[in-house]
Structure formats: structure tokens, C-alpha cells
Design a protein around this ligand. Structure first.
Ligand code: CS2
Length: 493
């Protein structure tokens, strides 16, 4: 059979091969503008919207995608070619793959090329929600003070040249200011990033920027925009060429950027929307008055658990999270970390059995068909660990709880930051916006064992805590003497 290129006119013939959207002909409006259309948005929020649209419901809630960065040029090109359609491939542990075409995205705008169209879209009365997956780094806060970072050159540019937005803050304020002037209701800002209190964080940062720009606009935003906190969850590894080839072979379908994910999905949201919302409860989304315990549980167990596997995994030479889970030392170490360090400072989460939650995490991490590369997990550790792992250490230091597993991971992270090859001799691919700083600090460790911990923007005052530094330096010494990190993990079991 001939290959079919994914785009709107091909849907008829493709629907004989795999499930395709049945709602594309409807007069779909784009009530949601999403900023940061990566794999995760496409496997998670867009999937839920697809579920609603498939029920012939909620035609006001199509999604308009926006990319703010030069790095979004490729997704822009692919989505334009494919009429915003893409394939979602759900990988089951038994090898079954459920593939379907998702049509919840209606359009995609690259802000660098079309800044006015993006502001216009955000300011349009049909836009009721602006959702975000801009990663931890996108919130532009200073990790040690938690305050908005006005020193960022893009922010300074935006403050000087109001009509030339560059960051999410410039775009949101430009659009909100236009809405205010035109008497159009504000929108809800829905953060879907892995940050505890992500809505509150989005609010604090946006208000700091807006007040600096125009105090009255800041006031209006405070009174008219809502920022519900959310907890989002679905493991979505980076798409590989093997995934693209699979679709060609199995369905004779050419999709240049499909998305792969696990079967598990969860979205918990605080029900605080100023301009309406889709009826997501019909497709399994949980609306709760306070999302904090869920976020905390997810960040401190799932996300931290990932790093606890990923950093030593990269050093040892395990390529993926599921490969780590085939190694009994890694499995036991991660579970000890979760049971003895993360759980005791977590507190109870209403309606959730934490033992079951952790068992399920082990099962999810072990899914042999997800093949989540440790390089993805280790990427941007400087933005992740201060949120995922360091608070657990700080709380255990206050309560007298165990810190031995987590301190080994911090020592391993220091070692990793200046490492070019794994213990098996394979090159390590370190992706981190702060890599120059991390490497410099790691390199000083030979002369000053605490050099890495002196990065207060990452570790706060951890360097002053003797109990922590003692444990950390012991590991640093052992690692520097050549003890493999897996051996040190095994000794703690
Ligand atoms: C991962 C997350 O990048 C990471 O560190 O832990 O991307 C994780 O896969 C998602 O949060 C799962 O919902």
C-alpha cells in the first residue's frame, strides 16, 4: 500500500486503518490557547479535550497552540504540514500499542514569526482559558529567593518595549491589557507544569511583571484573572525515529512527529475558572477544592523517584528508566527513598493509599515499552531537583528523618555534572540550561568538597547543615576514589 501523509484530506482513508477524529467538521471554536505544545501537552491536555470532542460535546473548546521559542520552529512546521493533526501512541506493558489520530488542536502559531497574531488570539473573546506547559524554567523565578527575576534580558526588553513581547509574561499582559481596554472578560491562566502550587506560582510571577509594567493593569489582573492549581500526570518519553517507522509499517502512515505515552493519565484541578471551562469531569478529570496534597505527592514521589533512578542510572549506563527498573539495586534503592525519606514528610493524602500509589509507580516505571531515556529525566535537573528533591531533604533535616538516600543522589548529581561518559564508557548527554554553572561547581569539588552545594540558588542553606554535609562529603569522597555509584547504592540496602 502507498504511504499516506497525515493531513486533513487524508482522514477519510486513514479512518479505515486507525481511529481518527469524528469532530473535525463541526464549527469548532478555540476556547483554549495553549502555550508550549510539547509531547506532554499533546498526550495529556489535548487528549482529554479529544475525549470530550469525541463525545460530540464542548465544541467551544478546541485548542490553539502557541510556541514562544525559536526551538518551537520544528513543531510549527510539522503541525502546519499536518493540519495540526498527530498520532498518539499509547504503549501498554504487554506490547500492545493503541494508536489514534488526535484532532483537538486546530492551529499552531509561532510567536516569533507572528507576534501580533498571538496577542490577537489571546485577546479574542473566544479565548477563555490560556493553559501553559512552559517547564519549571519558564516561570522566571529566582530559585533562592522565589521572586520574579527582573534581570532576565528578555524581561528587561519587554519592560522597555511594550509592543514587543518575548516571554509568556509579555504576551499575557499584552493580551490582558487589550481585553481590559475592549471590555472583554479576562481568561483563566491554567498552569500544567510540574511545580507545586503551579497556579499560585503563575499568578505571583505574572503579577510581579504586570505591576512593574503598569500598576493598574496589575490590579485588574489580580481582580479578574484566576489561576487554578493543577496536578498533571502522564509519562511521555521523547519520540524516536523507531516510533515514526512503526506508524509507516503498521498503518502506512507518515506522521513526522507522533507522541508516545503510557496508558496511565491523571489530571486534578481546582475549580476556579473566571470565564467558563470545558466539562472535563465527564472524561475523568477530578475537580477538587485544594490540589496541594496531590501535587506534592506526585512531585515528591513520581518526579523525585524519576531523578533518583535517572541520575545514577545515567552514571551507571542504564539507558532508560525501564532499564533501571530491571536492576534490583535501583528498584530497592528507589523504594527505600520513597518509603523512608519522601513518604514520612509527605503527610496523608485524602482518598489515596500511598502504598498503592508507590506500587503503581513501580509498575509504570517498569513499563518496558515506554523506554523513557534517562537523558530526558536528567535534563534540566537544576530546575527540577530544587522542587522535586531538596524540600524532602530539608524537611527530614528538620524532623530528624533519614537523608542518606537523597544525599547520595545529590553527590551523584555533582559527579554527573562534570562527567562525559558513563561507567560503561558511553557518552553522557547532559541537557541543562545551567550546565556551565553546574560543571564549574562540580570541577571545584576536588579542592573544596562542598563547592557544588555552595550554589545557593539551587540548594538554599543546605551547605550549612552539618548532618547533611557529613553524609554528602562521605559519598563525594567514595565516588572520587572510584567507588561506582551503583555500589554505593547497594551498600545502603
Ligand atoms: C519527569 C516528568 O521530566 C521529569 O523529570 O519526571 O516529565 C514525568 O514523566 C511527568 O511529570 C509524568 O507526569
Amino acid at each position: 500500500m502507498e504511504l499516506t501523509y497525515l493531513h486533513e484530506p487524508a482522514l477519510d482513508s486513514l479512518s479505515e486503518r486507525l481511529p481518527c477524529p469524528t469532530y473535525r467538521q463541526e464549527p469548532l471554536r478555540t476556547g483554549i490557547v495553549h502555550i508550549g505544545v510539547g509531547g506532554f501537552h499533546r498526550s495529556h491536555q489535548a487528549y482529554y479535550i479529544r475525549e470530550l470532542l469525541q463525545k460530540q460535546d464542548a465544541f467551544a473548546w478546541g485548542i490553539s497552540g502557541v510556541g514562544l521559542r525559536e526551538g518551537d520552529r520544528k513543531i510549527n512546521e510539522v503541525l502546519h504540514k499536518q493540519d495540526s493533526l498527530y498520532t498518539l501512541m499509547v504503549q501498554h506493558p504487554d506490547g500492545k500499542v493503541d494508536s489514534q489520530i488526535i484532532g483537538a488542536l486546530r492551529e499552531y502559531l509561532l510567536a516569533i514569526d507572528h507576534p501580533e497574531s498571538v496577542v490577537g488570539k489571546l485577546a479574542h473573546p473566544d479565548t477563555k482559558i490560556v493553559s501553559l506547559t512552559i517547564t519549571e524554567g519558564g516561570y522566571n523565578f529566582n530559585a533562592s529567593t522565589g521572586e520574579f527575576n527582573f534581570e532576565n534580558p528578555d524581561i528587561q526588553h519587554e519592560l522597555k518595549h511594550r509592543g514587543q513581547p518575548r516571554t509568556v509574561f509579555g504576551y499575557l499582559t499584552a493580551a490582558l491589557s487589550a481585553r481590559r481596554a475592549a471590555g472583554v472578560k479576562a481568561f483563566t491562566v491554567l498552569s500544567c507544569d510540574n511545580i507545586q502550587h503551579n497556579g499560585a506560582m503563575a499568578k505571583k510571577m505574572l503579577l510581579a511583571f504586570a505591576r512593574e509594567q503598569d500598576p493598574e493593569l496589575g490590579q485588574w489582573i489580580e481582580e479578574n484573572v484566576s489561576f487554578p492549581n493543577t496536578m498533571v500526570d502522564r509519562i511521555t518519553p521523547v519520540t524516536t525515529s523507531a516510533d515514526i517507522d512503526y506508524l509507516k509499517e503498521k498503518y502506512q502512515l507518515v506522521d513526522e512527529w507522533p507522541v508516545v505515552c503510557e496508558p496511565f493519565i491523571q489530571w486534578v484541578i481546582e475549580d476556579d475558572f473566571v470565564n467558563g471551562r470545558p466539562p472535563l469531569e465527564k472524561v475523568g478529570v477530578q475537580f477538587v477544592p485544594d490540589v496541594s496534597p496531590y501535587e506534592k505527592m506526585k512531585i515528591r514521589l513520581l518526579n523525585a523517584g524519576h531523578s533518583v533512578l535517572g541520575i545514577p542510572g545515567a552514571l551507571h549506563g542504564h539507558p532508560t528508566i525501564n532499564a533501571c527498573m530491571e536492576d534490583p539495586v535501583f528498584v530497592a534503592f528507589m523504594r527505600r527513598f520513597m518509603d523512608q525519606e519522601a513518604t514520612p514528610v509527605l503527610g496523608a493524602v485524602e482518598g489515596i493509599d500511598l502504598e498503592q500509589y508507590k506500587d503503581k509507580l513501580e509498575e509504570r516505571f517498569a513499563n518496558p515499552n515506554i523506554k523513557d531515556a534517562v537523558s530526558r529525566i536528567c535534563s534540566e535537573s537544576a530546575a527540577k531537583l530544587p522542587k522535586f528533591l531538596i524540600p524532602t531533604i530539608q524537611e527530614n533535616l528538620s524532623s530528624g528523618g533519614s537523608i542518606r538516600y537523597a544525599s547520595l543522589i545529590v553527590a551523584a548529581w555533582c559527579y554527573y555534572s562534570d562527567k562525559e561518559v558513563s561507567e560503561k564508557g558511553e557518552p553522557l548527554e547532559i541537557i541543562d540550561a545551567m550546565q556551565p554553572q553546574l560543571r564549574e561547581a562540580a570541577q571545584k569539588t576536588g579542592n573544596d568538597p562542598l563547592a557544588f552545594l555552595r550554589q545557593r540558588d539551587l540548594f538554599g542553606d543546605l551547605v550549612e547543615n552539618e548532618r547533611f554535609t557529613k553524609s554528602y562529603v562521605e559519598y563525594i569522597d567514595r565516588i572520587c576514589q572510584g567507588a561506582g555509584v551503583r555500589k554505593l547504592m547497594a551498600e545502603l540496602l
